[in-house]
Design a protein around this ligand. Structure first.
Ligand code: FES
Length: 138
């Protein structure tokens, strides 16, 4: 059964509508991820693994050795790629607040996501209004 036949099969029954949407969403998400990974050699600095960080209370995995803004792009390709970012530390639109593993929210400090290299288990507690991450704050 190919993708189109599968979607038609699920769409014929109202009882299967929920499953249909889940199935199609999974397909689109998978395609999106494939595109992201296909572009990874051009977009991302060399990395051997994904590391865990927390953004606004949500745990995510992002490529090590990359700027935080690049990691945001990994998570939300469309919104960050088309966002209003200079990528070179001038606009401040990528400002975030964070603390490292073992610290608390009282240790939060601001940083520019385009200038900060991601660190395992870092906790991002606040994002600039320009940083829109699909599934996290939009
Ligand atoms: S994207 Fe402009 S300062 Fe980071």
């Amino acid at each position: 059964m190919n993708m189109m036949n599968a979607c038609g099969y699920f769409a014929r029954s109202a009882a299967r509508r929920e499953l249909y949407f889940s199935f199609c969403k999974a397909f689109v998400t998978s395609a999106h991820r494939s595109i992201s990974f296909a572009m990874s050699s051009d977009l991302f600095k060399p990395h051997e693994k994904l590391i865990s960080i927390e953004i606004l209370g949500r745990g995510v995995f992002v490529p090590e050795n990359n700027s935080l803004l690049r990691c945001f792009q990994f998570l939300s390709l469309r919104t960050i790629s088309y966002g209003d970012f200079c990528w070179n530390g001038e606009c401040t639109n990528c400002e975030i607040w964070y603390h490292d593993a073992g610290e608390t929210g009282q240790d939060d400090r601001p940083a520019l996501a385009c200038r900060l290299t991601v660190r395992e288990n870092m906790v991002i507690t606040k994002l600039s209004g320009f940083v829109e991450l699909e599934g996290i704050n939009v």
